[in-house]
Design a protein around this ligand. Sequence first.
Ligand code: 3PG
Length: 210
Amino acid sequence: MSQALTVDQIMQTGAVIPVLVIDRAADAAPMASALVKGGVKVLEVTLRTEAAIDAIREMTTVEGAIVGAGTVLNARQLDRAVEAGARFIVSPGLTEGLAKAAEHAGVPLLAGVATAADIMRGLDLGLMRFKFFPAETSGGAPALKAFAGPFGAVKFCPTGGISLANAMSYFALSNVVCVGGSWMTPKDAVEAGDWGRIETLAREAAALRG
Ligand code: 3PG
């Protein structure tokens, strides 16, 4: 059994977290290996496909990979993901049910927020780390910069519309620890099994934070 990590350890280790949509479980291990080889270790497998739970299981066998589940919408999905080996949970939004389920399972949760009210609800539930989603359409880096005033101790992982081109505008902020995005695993590269290209994209992403 892998050692439990805190949400801060997850965010610091995964400065850039790939948001993965996996259609074929057979792609999971080679994809994870390519990402880890490129220097990207924290991997978020979204529960958006039938193959996702099997993909999590497969990825946990890859040395160096720290695998979590994304697009987790409720307690039942959280439990399934944890059972498959997910070491952290990401959700697009925040519900009390999900926050309680994560606490009960003892798994780090990065719940999605987009407004000050969302953050306040998260604080009430004992959360201090959030996914900022969808980042680019929710005000982007200027919005996060504004959150640093009232929520000085809160840290974020923005995702949604982030790429190599704009990631640095987020990393420039004191309340951003990591960013997430799907740009490291283009659909055509996955379909073609072009793991070399994915490794290159991972290497470029990992270099963003030095
Ligand atoms: C998500 O959770 O869907 C991520 O934000 C991915 O967004 P992107 O595809 O714009 O990177």
